[in-house]
Design a protein. Structure first.
Length: 177
């Protein structure tokens, strides 16, 4: 019998000073059995950085043909494709054909190696690449509860995240060559 995903409920209030976006979202997040808490927090942060009305979590790890997060226009066109992790060049190339905008959020200890290995090939593709601070993503996992309430304030290339279990800062770097 296959292990079922763990379901998390999240209320997140986003104050994005970069985009003048101020909204509260009620999210349901499925943690795939093979997914780590750090990856789930990276997905949540990628969502917060791009939050808008039509942005949703997809089936992600359960479906290789979908990103982790995406948005569609009213006519069904894929507007934004967001992958979290270290996707292959071929996956990013495919996603650039399927979506108007593609973003990749790398987050773990091997991000530097992944980027150095393929930076030249990635630079040929119309996508934007970011790297979250790995120690900060790990620290964010202490906020995880089955039902969470977070407040996320975004300014420039950092976010201040407050929850019931503490407060943290998350920074990221743009990797585009």
């Amino acid at each position: 019998m296959a292990t079922k995903p763990t379901i998390f409920k999240l209320g997140v209030t986003i104050s994005d000073m970069n985009r003048d976006y101020y909204q509260t979202h009620q999210l349901t997040i499925a943690l795939h059995p093979s997914e780590t808490h750090a990856r789930m927090m990276a997905r949540i942060m990628a969502f917060c950085l791009n939050a808008e009305e039509h942005l949703t979590f997809s089936r992600g790890l359960s479906d290789n043909d979908e990103p982790d997060i995406w948005s569609h226009s009213l006519d069904g066109q894929t507007e934004l494709w967001i992958d979290v992790g270290e996707p292959s060049v071929d996956r990013v190339k495919k996603s650039t054909r399927l979506a108007k905008s593609v973003q990749v959020y790398s987050f773990n200890s091997k991000s530097d190696v992944w980027w150095q290995k393929s930076a030249n090939e990635f630079s040929q593709l119309k996508a934007t690449y970011y790297r979250f601070s790995w120690p900060q993503i790990q620290a964010l996992t202490t906020l995880i509860e089955r039902t969470m309430t977070l407040s996320v304030t975004i300014s420039e290339e950092s976010a201040f995240i407050a929850g019931d279990a503490g407060e943290f800062e998350l920074s990221w770097t743009t990797l585009n060559p």
